[in-house]
Design a protein around this ligand. Structure first.
Ligand code: MN3
Length: 205
């Protein structure tokens, strides 16, 4: 049995003040250093407890598995989020834009669908751009908390955090403005690279 904790907090790929003013350093420091770090710690705690739990302890097993799923998903979603956005604002490449147009009709319609998936999350959650594992099409969806609404084998290529801790210090209850800024700063190169990786994972076409 390993004593090394399996999960570690990744460094941000930019400085804490790189996303100012739409995501100021104060927000980013708390988000990365407290919230994300908290999910890492709790995922490690749950993994450690699961590794030594009596398998007949049904009540504790259920609670721990639930905590493990929530916190590990929180860690993974934040790790993906930091590389889904970036300081620069740009549009997707011609290739990716053509794919977006094929799957959504136009970039503007895609953007409106993603905005809706983010803004309409009830409570805490995420807007996500995913690859449909059955067809390879791009999809957008809402994910509640960190782990409810995920389609099995779906390849997440970008996520936008719409938990209040992501934006409330700056944008108060104006989630739509936060979402608009995040969409303007999506990291299209990273998204395109993940789309390419996902090609091999599509189950049928
Ligand atoms: Mn968050």
């Amino acid at each position: 049995m390993t004593t090394t904790e399996p999960y570690t907090l990744p460094d941000l790929p930019y400085s804490y003040d790189a996303l100012d003013p739409w995501c100021p350093a104060e927000t980013l420091k708390l988000h990365h250093g407290k919230h994300h770090a908290g999910y890492v710690k709790q995922a490690n705690d749950a993994a450690t407890q699961l590794s030594t739990l009596d398998p007949s302890d049904d009540a504790k097993l259920g609670a721990l598995q639930s905590a493990f799923s929530f916190n590990l998903s929180g860690h993974l979603m934040h790790s993906l989020f930091w590389t889904s956005i970036r300081p620069e604002s740009a549009r997707p490449s011609a290739d990716l834009n053509a794919r977006i147009k094929a799957d959504f009709g136009s970039f503007d319609r895609f953007s409106a669908m993603l905005t809706s998936a983010c803004v309409k999350v009830q409570g805490s959650g995420w807007g996500a751009i995913t690859i449909d594992p059955a067809t390879g099409n791009l999809r957008v969806r809402s994910i509640l908390n960190h782990n409810n609404g995920v389609v099995p084998s779906s390849h997440l290529v970008a996520v936008i955090d719409v938990w209040e801790h992501a934006y409330y210090l700056t944008h108060k209850n104006d989630r739509a403005t936060w979402v608009g800024a995040a969409i303007d700063h999506l990291n299209w190169e990273a998204i395109e690279a993940r789309c390419t990786e996902a090609k091999a994972l599509v189950l049928a076409k």
